[in-house]
Design a protein around this ligand. Structure first.
Ligand code: DHB
Length: 404
């Protein structure tokens, strides 16, 4: 059967936050795009992901007209707590760097973006199958797929963007000789739970303990999100509600009497993690964005924020390349995005290493970790580094209005 062929300027694989935000920003510049994703909208909406937005990400959503729902349904957090040796230490972001982050789950960011694309007549196709990207070294690359009804389709474009996540088809389509992968594996993972209980703390609590890391996060007045370090091969089914609460309570316990408010566990999953960067972020007419180009461990909540900052740069670069008809300008994207990517790689690695129990670590290693935590909480420079990186580093100096 012949394929139905359509044309667009930018073909985007992946309708997560990176792909949809890019499509939105391009539309504001008068550049048309088509987005495809193998997941259905319902599947994406029922996947639990991280929950922290930098102020710059919030401004990108609100000032470019995606939605201002984050300002009503999200909550500003002006700091976090670092907890070790049974004591909490507050890192006051507002005091240190004059910024807050926002608790607003990635699922809500996705819903806002998908709604905005629908409202503005964007071309987004969910539930496609058999996606392939072809002719990447030509000026007419293509996306081949079957649509949700099973019909073979072909989208031809000037520029193709791979925003299809860490396990997508786009990065794998780059020949090994044309890219370098930089990566680091960690000998642990996170066990993530959603629980029906009132909040146990007003802000996020990042906890170092002899039993390993734990993170107490929030969602609503009646639903909380918590994580604890586990073995990468841990089986979620092996953890009863009782066992989960016993472990979490043991990790946060301390002389101050801090204890978690318990309730039914409604969702449990194991998040494996690693650090990875693919360079360059361009192969011929294809550019990679978000998790397709780089993965960070979840400690520090940079993944979604990096994806959004990638596509902010990408939309500008594509805009410049199209308006000057100069494809060589596409080379500006990677180096500009990578500055921020590697800063975030370092920050996520640093937070992870400081807070997790490494199998086989010595007493020296643990004492040194506590020294690292002391160097944060007892030093204004140390806590300012954490505050600046957590809230978004340099991005808050930019203003998006009218430019993005
Ligand atoms: C959440 C996840 C993170 O990885 C993090 O660092 C902070 C919060 C969350 O899901 O709430």
């Amino acid at each position: 059967m012949p394929s139905a062929v359509t044309r667009t300027t930018v073909g985007i694989v992946g309708a997560g936050p990176a792909g949809l935000m890019l499509s939105h920003l391009l539309a504001r510049r008068g550049i048309d795009s088509t987005v495809v994703d193998h997941r259905t909208r319902e599947e994406i909406e029922s996947t639990h992901r991280a929950g922290i937005l930098e102020a710059g990400s919030v401004r990108l959503l609100t000032e470019t007209g995606v939605s201002d729902r984050v300002l009503r349904d999200g909550r500003p957090h002006a700091g976090i707590e670092l907890r070790f040796q049974g004591t909490s230490h507050r890192i006051d972001f507002q005091h240190l760097v004059g910024e807050s982050v926002w608790l607003y789950p990635q699922t809500d960011v996705f819903v806002d973006l998908a709604d905005a694309r629908e409202r503005d007549g964007g071309d987004v196709r969910f539930g496609v199958t058999g996606t392939r990207v072809v002719d990447l070294t030509t000026e007419r690359p293509g996306i081949l797929f079957r649509d949700a009804e099973g019909a073979q389709r072909e989208v031809r474009c000037d520029i193709l963007v791979g925003a299809d996540g860490a396990h997508g088809v786009c990065r794998s389509a780059v020949p090994e000789a044309a890219r370098t992968l930089f990566y680091h594996e960690y000998p642990f993972a996170w066990f993530g739970v959603l629980v029906e209980a009132p909040p146990s703390a007003a802000e996020l609590v990042y906890t170092h303990s002899g039993r390993g890391f734990a993170l107490i996060s929030q969602r609503t007045e009646s639903v909380q999100r918590m994580y604890f370090q586990c073995d990468p091969d841990e089986d979620p089914a092996a953890w009863s509600e009782d066992r989960i609460w016993t472990e979490l309570q043991a990790r946060v316990r301390g002389a101050d009497g801090f204890a978690l408010k318990e309730g039914p566990v409604t969702d449990r999953s194991v998040l494996r993690f690693r650090s990875l960067v693919c360079e360059p972020m361009r192969y011929g007419s294809m550019l990679l964005a978000g998790d397709a180009a780089h993965t960070v461990p979840p400690t520090g909540a940079k993944g979604l924020n990096l994806a959004l900052s990638d596509v902010r740069v990408l939309a500008q670069v594509v805009g410049n390349a199209m308006s000057t008809r100069n494809r060589a300008l596409l080379d500006d994207y990677g180096p500009r995005a990578l500055r921020r990517v590697w800063r975030a790689q370092h920050f996520s690695y640093w937070m992870t290493s400081m807070l997790h129990r490494v199998p086989g670590s010595t007493d020296f290693d643990v004492r040194r970790q506590l020294g690292a935590l002391r160097s944060v909480v007892d030093s204004t420079a140390g806590s300012a580094y954490l505050a600046e990186s957590y809230t978004g580093g340099e991005i808050h100096h930019h203003t998006f209005a009218g430019r993005t």
